[in-house]
Design a protein around this ligand. Structure first.
Ligand code: NAI
Length: 410
């Protein structure tokens, strides 16, 4: 094997913040054994020392991977965020340094959809209020405002991964499902598309929001939109905290226009479990309040571990970057036994490809297959070649002005 290519035993994998143990198991099963697992994130200096020679890093949401820490990472090849978001990572810096970042954006889709379905059933039966009263020693036996889900209309705003999964589950318990999405989304089952939010609102018994946080969705549901819901409707938000005007919601609950609500996400959320939760909605027995746990299940954690570890291992083993959030996406076939894969990450500027091709032709190396993709300031070229030793070509490629990194696989 060429001395410029890294064997799996030498690749240092660091997994922080108590990433699910399945991730470590997957690396070990694939032949990686230089693995360092920590339950938390060490303080700055210790973190930098740990990451100095790390090739692969797995974190959750707390480790801040900003410039200063990235500067200390001399060999970092890829980052996996074992969670949904990637805000904790400086994606541009990683892009410029040729470090793809992978996450697991849809691993908890089912968890959110199931929670919302449960909330729909509970709200339609008036359970939150009955439950709250019973906890206070009150007996509230009544069938008033207690309904089955069958035949009721669920309105879904945002028919993406969660919205469409919820639609399928809701139909299974007999609900009619209508949805509004800015994109033209294929209706699943008997779900019906409606072409504006204003047209959807008056038609629903329960409205559930499943849109991302964008400029357009900020304050999407204010008093004006709530007024368009029928008397006695319910609102569910397990998407993002700034989509609903909470004061307007409290007003509509207070006036009895809405019969209840379930809210999992808030404009301001406590930073930790030790901080107090403050919201005007705590005053209402008919509101289910949950601490942003829509996607927090053991199954979702396991899915995340499998998905992110799989992406990191694929990148390390064969260079595939599909679904990377900050990097040219290339899905590569398995490398043939008789070939060497040379991966060149470079600044995305004119003339690079010509120089790369020239390096190979000047050394008389035959290229069996070539893949190229660019994203942002970075280009990613992969060549499957026939050559005895890859050292000379790697050294020549490293000398090209604008080269960020060269990797080799045998
Ligand atoms: P997705 O990207 O698969 O779907 C979002 C859908 O909303 C897309 O179909 C998109 O076209 C549509 N959309 C975007 N802007 C819109 C607009 N202005 N009007 C109507 N439709 C619009 O996202 P996914 O995975 O379904 O997630 C949805 C939301 O759930 C996100 O806000 C996400 O942050 C949140 N979420 C919350 C969790 C929790 O713990 N409560 C866990 C996971 C996700």
């Amino acid at each position: 094997m060429s001395k410029l290519s890294l064997s799996k035993e030498k690749i240092k994998v660091v997994l922080l913040e108590g990433v699910h143990p399945d991730a470590e198991a997957m690396f070990r099963q694939d032949g990686y054994n230089n693995i360092h697992v920590l339950k938390s994130t060490p303080a700055d200096d210790e973190l930098k020392a740990l990451l100095k020679d790390a090739h692969i890093l797995g974190i959750r949401s707390r480790t801040q991977l900003k410039d200063e820490v990235l500067d200390a990472c001399e060999k970092l090849m890829a980052v996996g965020t074992f969670c949904i978001g990637t805000n904790q990572v400086d994606l541009d810096t990683c892009n410029q340094r040729g470090i793809p970042v992978f996450n697991a954006p849809y691993s908890n889709t089912r968890s959110v959809a199931e929670l919302v379905l449960g909330e729909i059933i509970l709200l339609l039966r008036g359970i939150p209020e009955k439950n709250a009263k019973a906890h206070r020693g009150e007996w509230f036996k009544s069938a008033i405002n207690s309904n089955e889900t069958r035949g009721k209309t669920l309105g879904i705003v945002g028919f993406g991964h969660i919205g469409s999964q919820l639609g399928i589950l809701a139909e299974a318990v007999g609900m009619r499902v209508k949805y509004y999405d800015i994109e033209n989304k294929l209706p699943l089952g008997n779900c019906q598309a409606v072409n504006s939010l204003e047209a959807l609102l008056p038609q629903v018994d329960v409205l559930s929001l499943h849109v991302p946080a964008t400029d357009q969705t900020a304050n999407m549901i204010t008093g004006k939109e709530l007024s368009l819901l029928p008397q006695g409707a319910f609102l569910i938000n397990a998407a993002r905290g700034n989509i609903v005007d909470i004061d307007a919601l409290a007003d509509h609950l207070q006036r009895g226009h809405l019969n209840g609500s379930a809210i999992d996400v808030f404009p301001v959320e406590p930073a930790s479990n030790n901080d107090p939760f403050v919201s005007p909605l705590t005053a209402f027995d008919n509101v289910i309040l949950t601490p942003h746990i829509g996607g927090s299940t053991a199954e979702a954690q396991l899915n995340i571990a499998n998905e992110v570890a799989d992406k990191l291992i694929k990148y390390s083993n064969n260079g595939t970057t599909a679904t990377a959030v900050n990097f040219p996406e290339v899905s590569l076939p398995q490398l043939h036994d008789d070939l060497t894969r040379v991966m060149h990450i470079h600044q995305n500027k004119p003339g690079m490809l010509e120089q790369i091709n020239h390096a190979f032709s000047s050394q008389g190396i035959n290229i069996a297959a070539m893949y190229l993709q660019t994203a942002g300031e970075v280009g990613y070229v992969i060549m499957d070649v026939q050559c005895e030793s890859s050292d000379p070509i790697v050294n020549q490629l490293k000398d090209i002005d604008g080269t960020i990194r060269v990797r080799v696989l045998h």
